[in-house]
Ligand binder design. Structure first.
Ligand SMILES: Nc1ncnc2c1ncn2[C@@H]1O[C@H](COP(=O)(O)OP(=O)(O)OP(=O)(O)O)[C@@H](O)[C@H]1O
Ligand SMILES: [Mg+2]
Length: 234
């Protein structure tokens, strides 16, 4: 569904991403894991068109994204839930969800998307009039996931959804991702948390110092002590 070929990103002289290639298969959960500063968010921003890159190619549904402006990528079915969630704290849950739907072409889908989100996270229905800034971190992350789904994406990218959350909430986010996959959403999960990714992903890329060091199934990653110890300090 999405393919990155030989992507290189520099900030000044600093090489943040060095020749990364990866494929996100339709209907799968593909994970990218790596430590702090590995270059994960740089890759996510490049996919979204928010980072320029030195060389390489990103294609989505067999179309090169280079000529497609960021806001039109959303219309094509590419949604990103950014690191730090990107919510409007002084707006209610419902208002944040409406913001997520701004690019929706088929507005008759709006209510259906709201209902699907409330079925995924029932607490959001109860709290739909609450200001997002007054909610717990876990609930805010649920809002962020829900906002990302309001554009009715084919592929949704989640940048570190587990950051700062309690294990029980991380588990709920993981269950939500599995349920979204069952509803035919393709997921790209970007994480530092190896335990979440190995539970939900179909394939995992390990990124360190801007390079892909390993690519295989979660089971094979768990059996590879060397990769775990060298790159994931597990
Ligand atoms: N705008 C920028 N200008 C300069 N350097 C940057 C910029 N953005 C990121 N970097 C550097 O590039 C490297 C990769 O950053 P990036 O945010 O992509 O990593 P990450 O894997 O997402 O890390 P984290 O897990 O902490 O979110 C880091 O060393 C970071 O300091
Ligand atoms: Mg990051």
């Amino acid at each position: 569904m999405l393919e990155i070929k030989d992507l290189t990103i520099r900030y000044g002289n600093f090489l943040a991403v060095n020749g990364v290639s990866l494929k996100i298969g339709q209907g799968q959960i593909t994970a990218l894991i790596g430590p702090n500063g590995a270059g994960k968010s740089s890759i996510v921003r490049a996919i979204g068109g928010l980072n320029s890159f030195e060389s390489g190619q990103v294609s989505f549904l067999n179309e090169n994204l280079s000529s497609i402006k960021p806001h039109l990528r959303i219309v094509k079915g590419l949604s990103i839930v950014p690191e730090g969630r990107g919510l409007f704290p002084r707006m209610s849950v419902e208002e944040n969800l409406m913001m997520g739907a701004y690019s929706l072409q088929n507005t008759t889908l709006f209510q259906d998307l709201m209902d699907r989100n409330f079925a995924l996270f029932p607490i959001l229905k109860e709290r739909r009039h609450q200001l997002v800034g007054t909610m717990s971190g876990g609930q805010q992350q649920m809002v962020a996931v829900a906002v990302g789904l309001m554009s009715d994406p084919k592929l949704c990218i989640f940048d570190e959804p587990s950051l700062g959350l309690a294990p029980i909430v991380i588990e709920q986010i993981g269950e939500a991702l599995i349920s979204l996959k069952k509803q035919d959403l393709t997921v790209f999960l970007v994480e530092q948390n190896a335990s979440l990714t190995t539970k939900v992903a179909d394939q995992i890329y390990v990124l360190s110092a801007g390079e892909v060091k390993f690519h295989d199934t979660p089971a094979n990653l768990m059996n590879n002590k060397e990769v775990l110890e060298t790159f994931l300090s597990a």
